[in-house]
Design a protein around this ligand. Structure first.
Ligand code: IVH
Length: 783
């Protein structure tokens, strides 16, 4: 219940905000989402405005953050580090602009518009061009000395470049953690069972406030400059945009999304364009910041208690919200992984209603101590699946019980097990589990695999539930009659009016289309086929490498696992997963059934000549991962015995005679005693020899295409083809297609509505092609 008495409510709000300030600024462990904090602050400000007698200098509404926690030496900010006022609507932006035009008596003033980075504000002091001290914002007047930690952030210059900088220069900006690095960091920590970072902002803040700079150095932090503080012995440009340009010249990273715009129309247009680009940015932003550009105007506008009157933050809809966790359900994936999913009371997060969120795995639930009934923080960033990021322990209902992974698969009843040292639990039912079967079919038919157009989730459910499709090969046995019969049965089941009654044509049309799409998918490539099989750890790039190196399914499906390691980037784990997959009789039968069903691989070719360099007996012995058989020992064995068959026959003393130390000889002899291992050595040796015999002689280097060594980025939408198709055709000419633009990019192909990648290319001076030029080039080179 909220209190209706203003005095009591103001006190309550202040207490809540102060508590949140300590959690956020000092402990780097916020318990309420930013949106909720903003709402509390707004309510407090409104009440204080309505009841001036309640206003107070010590109210959190007139302060910035929280005083330092005392771990680090205090640093006084000679020029206070202020906060920004917030605008949440277009009207509030219009009001901000009106206040400026009225006071300055100028129409449509110029603004610098910038992304509002979600990180940690810091101040960097340079004396005679050298970085001497860095501090956090703290309460705005006093911050913490985190110089040693900031020295580990590569984006922060230790010495200034260029010329003309003042003798003393304080630069201000935001330290942040790029999103991909945040995800990678958390994935690593999750695997090791450590403590994950709640979000990139906490990651940045927590990392900077480590007592040991070596820890900070391991965290992927970056920096953008957005302003200045103390300036002595020199002057800066008389506009904010001019200052940013100077900072850039002196070696500071300044966001290339920064623009100068005119009047409130310019601001709102900027807000919308950044809002559209937001999901694709490499870092989290929670809004944009508008700053009156000219310095004289800024001085004239001045400040209110905690913020300048010449700047404002225009916030995006929050990416975090609080809601209630109603249940935790288990979802079974293609490889049986049991993922706990949160069922939530519906809540709007960043403009989308969210009712489900991932909880990642059982360890994550234990770490967060999430319980059914809890008030939880839901986070949705970009196109990432919404996740439960935290629990508000204060609001836990009495009697809430810790959660445990069920022991049985909710779909097939098989045992749910966890492999030693692994974070994932799996349903042990494999392809007898309907959930895993459905996922296998879904993956097989997906666009990047066999690309069966029109076979959506609903049909996969129905085909599987009604028994028409038990395995992927069944898809190629489906007839038009099967589909129509299925449709009649589902219509009857769901009580829907059969479309045959509405119009006989419609009902047969979809079935005909689906049959045709299935038929089209029969003609495929080795790469797609391998990917479609859904082998654990085999994504598109591994499938592609396998196809390129070995060329033929007939070879790959019978290859002993150690030989897969000859493909660059395939390590022991992936090689074993491949070997395991092809060892299962059921999988070999499924492949046969697919081929019998008419699947044809159109691009088979002999194994790559480059394999010749990669294959030899000693390397095979290393790849077998025999204990104590290192490269040196493997070389000795290969030269002494010459073949795998010879080695398999030898006894321990002969290994010693061949020059192996006693412990290696013993380990190898012991390994060979295991019949399965001896058989693997023999099979691998035979496969190695057979493969060598097949390899074409001569030049091992792949034929160089006209785009050899070129890196190309595709952006925007093309008319004549999709970006994927364009990418494939460019790759056929030798190009490497990349997702991000850098100085190393050879050229960028920009289609319609190209956005930040095009801008980046222009900024870096990378060549840009339009679609017409691309088409002409492809045509000229017959791709
Ligand atoms: S200017 C006097 N510019 O937002 C103006 N702040 O709520 C002070 N922030 O403490 C700040 N991006 O941590 C400014 N482009 C930007 C910003 C930015 C992020 C943060 C900064 C500041 C907070 C204010």
């Amino acid at each position: 219940m909220t209190d209706t008495d203003p005095t009591r409510r103001v006190a309550e709000l202040r207490a809540q905000i102060e508590r949140a300030n300590v959690q956020y600024h000092q402990l780097d462990a916020p318990e309420i989402p930013d949106a909720e904090y903003d709402a509390l602050m707004r309510e407090l400000q409104a009440l204080e405005a309505e009841h001036p007698e309640l206003a107070s200098e010590s109210s959190p509404s007139s302060q910035v953050g929280a005083a330092p926690a005392g771990k680090f030496a205090p640093v006084r900010h000679a020029v206070p580090m202020l906060s920004l006022g917030n605008a949440f609507s277009e009207e509030e932006v219009a009001d901000f602009v009106r206040r400026i035009t009225e006071k300055l008596g100028r129409q449509d003033p110029t603004f610098s518009a910038e992304p509002k980075l979600d990180g940690l504000a810091i101040s960097l002091r340079y004396e005679d061009g050298r970085f001497v001290r860095g501090a956090t914002r703290g309460d705005g007047a006093t911050g913490e000395d985190v110089t040693a930690n900031l020295r580990t952030v590569k984006a922060i210059p230790q010495t200034l470049q260029g010329r003309g900088w003042p003798k003393v220069l304080e630069v201000r900006g935001e330290v942040y953690m790029p999103r991909a690095e945040f995800e990678a960091y958390n994935a690593r920590v999750r695997e090791q069972g450590g403590k994950v970072l709640a979000n990139p902002r906490n990651g940045a803040a927590g990392s900077l406030r480590q007592l040991d700079p070596a820890i900070t150095a391991q965290r992927p932090l970056s920096f953008f400059a957005y302003g200045t503080g103390v300036v002595e012995g020199g002057t800066l440009a008389d506009s904010h945009s001019g200052v940013l340009a100077q900072l850039r010249d002196w070696g500071f990273p300044v966001s290339d999304l920064t623009r100068t715009v005119q009047g409130s129309d310019g601001l709102l247009e900027y807000y919308r364009s950044i809002g559209q680009a937001r999901d694709g940015l490499a870092f989290d932003i929670d809004g944009v910041v508008y700053k009156l550009d000219d310095a004289a105007g800024q001085r004239e506008m001045g400040f209110v208690s905690r913020a300048p009157r010449w700047a404002i933050a225009h916030k995006f809809p929050a990416q975090e919200q609080t809601t209630t966790l109603e249940a935790i359900e288990i979802q079974i994936g293609r490889t049986g992984a049991a993922t706990p999913v949160a069922r939530l009371a519906p809540v709007q997060v960043a403009g989308v209603i969210v009712t489900n969120a991932t909880l990642h795995n059982a360890d994550q639930i234990a770490r967060l101590d999430v319980r059914v009934g809890d008030a939880v923080i839901v986070r949705r960033a970009g196109d990432v699946i919404p996740e439960v990021a935290g629990v508000i322990l204060d609001r836990r209902p009495p009697g809430a019980q810790p959660w445990q992974m069920p022991t049985q698969c909710p779909v097939c009843g098989a045992e749910i097990v966890r492999e030693e040292g692994q974070a994932v639990w799996r349903c042990s039912g494999e392809l007898s589990c309907p959930a895993q079967r459905k996922e296998a079919v879904r993956h097989f038919a997906s666009r990047r695999a066999m690309d069966i157009e029109g076979l959506g989730d609903r049909y996969i459910e129905d085909l599987s539930d009604l028994g028409y499709v038990q395995s992927v090969a069944d898809l190629y046995r489906l007839t038009l009659e099967d589909l129509l019969e299925m449709k009649r049965r589902t219509d009857a089941r769901d009580g829907t009016t059969p479309e045959t009654v509405k119009s006989g044509k419609v009902a047969t049309k979809w079935a005909e289309n689906l049959i045709q799409a299935i038929d089209r998918s029969r003609q495929t490539t080795l790469e797609r086929f391998l990917f479609a099989l859904g082998i654990q750890h085999v994504g598109e790039s591994t499938a592609k490498a396998l196809a390129q190196w070995f060329g033929e399914l007939a070879l790959i499906r019978h290859l002993p696992w150690p030989l897969f390691k000859r493909v660059p980037d395939i390590g022991g784990e992936v090689a074993r997963a491949l070997g395991h997959f092809f060892e299962q009789p059921g999988n070999q039968q499924a492949i046969d059934a697919l081929l019998e069903g008419g699947v044809r691989i159109g691009d088979a070719h002999p194994p790559a000549a480059a394999l010749r360099q990669a294959l030899d007996l000693a390397t095979l012995l290393v790849d077998l991962e025999i204990p104590k058989v290192t490269r040196i020992r493997a070389d000795q064995l290969a030269s002494a015995f010459g073949s795998a068959k010879a080695i398999a026959k030898e006894a321990q003393h002969n290994f010693v005679t061949a020059g192996l130390p006693a412990d290696s000889a013993r380990a190898l002899a012991g390994w060979l005693e295991e019949p399965a291992q001896r058989a693997l050595l023999l099979r691998s040796g035979e496969a190695l020899e057979a493969l060598m015999a097949q390899l074409p002689e001569g030049d091992a280097a792949p034929a160089a295409g006209p785009l050899q060594d070129k890196t190309v980025v595709l952006t925007g939408s093309l008319e004549a083809m999709t970006r994927d198709q364009a990418g494939e055709r460019l790759e056929a000419l030798g190009a490497k297609v990349s997702g991000s633009v850098s100085k190393k990019t050879s050229f960028v192909v920009a289609g319609a509505e190209a956005g930040s990648k095009l801008a980046k290319a222009q900024q870096l001076g990378v060549e840009v092609w339009d679609e017409a030029r691309l088409l002409a080039f492809l045509e000229q080179h017959g791709a």
